[in-house]
Design a binder for this molecule. Structure first.
Ligand SMILES: Nc1ncnc2c1ncn2[C@@H]1O[C@H](COP(=O)(O)OP(=O)(O)O)[C@@H](O)[C@H]1O
Ligand SMILES: [Mg+2]
Length: 257
């Protein structure tokens, strides 16, 4: 197994956002995490990426406990998380946004302490990085938008840029937080095509989605959360028919679609 989550728990004051959750991620798979709004999906993903410290439990990456490591150290090992809403600089071009992400990735891999160590990279290194940026943008179908300001992108394109920026960190395990939320039909088709390419290039994917239609087409295995607890695990079709999962969704405003 690539990653193991064991008894992971996160409490915020009186609220248990994630409660004793255990599951594994196998190398090369595409797995999904579903659950209604507020069921703990983002909190779980954030603990896997080292962005939140668990109250209890462990995250093991290739057998080694990593839950106490800093997020940049975890990212350097290959676990990278995207955000539900893109975190881009509106006043920079698409290309420059991806270039910034490249510098962050370099900072991680080289352990650079000061920006100056990265700014003085030299022409050859800059050219290599620019090539990698162009590659990631093309993979994300943003090749035609590289010179546009990120602030002029549609929401769907902005989310794609967020994905391209995550790819600059060369993830071995990519954690995606609701990549399909807020997208239209065509944008979702585009997302599925891009994620299929990213997966074919060697990345393992763990995808959070509160709706299920999109995951059904791409994930072989999903786990379902409700009130922070894992209530089901299996192929998407089976999990969707699970009475506890139906109950969890019917009890809230959002039915799975
Ligand atoms: N930083 C925080 N402080 C307090 N409560 C939080 C915090 N983050 C999330 N929560 C609560 O934890 C629960 C799970 O949230 P979250 O993981 O964002 O769910 P999801 O991503 O499934 O919608 C919710 O009740 C939410 O309000
Ligand atoms: Mg969330």
């Amino acid at each position: 197994m690539l990653l193991e989550v064991r008894g992971l728990t996160k409490r915020f004051m009186g609220l248990t956002a994630v409660s004793d959750v255990s599951f594994t991620v196998e190398p090369g798979e595409i797995m999904g995490i579903i659950g209604p709004n507020g069921s703990g999906k983002t909190t779980l993903l954030s603990m896997m990426a080292g962005l939140l410290a668990p109250t209890a439990g462990a995250v093991r990456w290739q057998g080694e406990e990593i839950q106490h490591l800093r997020p940049d150290v975890i990212a350097a090992r290959g676990i990278v998380k995207t955000f539900q809403n893109p975190q881009v600089f509106a006043e920079l071009t698409v290309f420059d946004n991806a270039m910034v992400a490249t510098h962050l990735a370099l900072k991680r891999s080289r352990g650079a302490r000061r920006l100056g160590e990265l700014v003085g990279l030299g022409r050859a290194a800059e050219r290599t990085l620019a090539g990698q940026v162009a590659e990631a943008l093309a993979l994300c179908n943003l090749g035609g938008a590289t010179r546009q300001l990120a602030g002029n992108l549609s929401y769907g394109e902005e989310k794609m840029l967020g994905l391209a920026m995550a790819l600059m960190c060369r993830p071995r395990l990519l954690l995606l937080d609701e990549p399909a939320s807020g997208l239209g039909r065509e944008e979702i088709d585009n997302l599925v095509a891009v994620l299929t390419k990213v997966h074919a290039a060697g990345a393992t994917l763990c995808i959070v989605d509160h709706k299920v239609g999109f995951l059904r087409g791409i994930a072989r295995r999903v786990i379902a959360l409700d009130h922070g607890e894992k209530i089901a695990e299996g192929p998407p079709e089976a999990v969707l028919e699970n009475p506890a999962v139906i109950e969890a969704y019917l009890g809230r405003a959002h039915a799975p679609a």
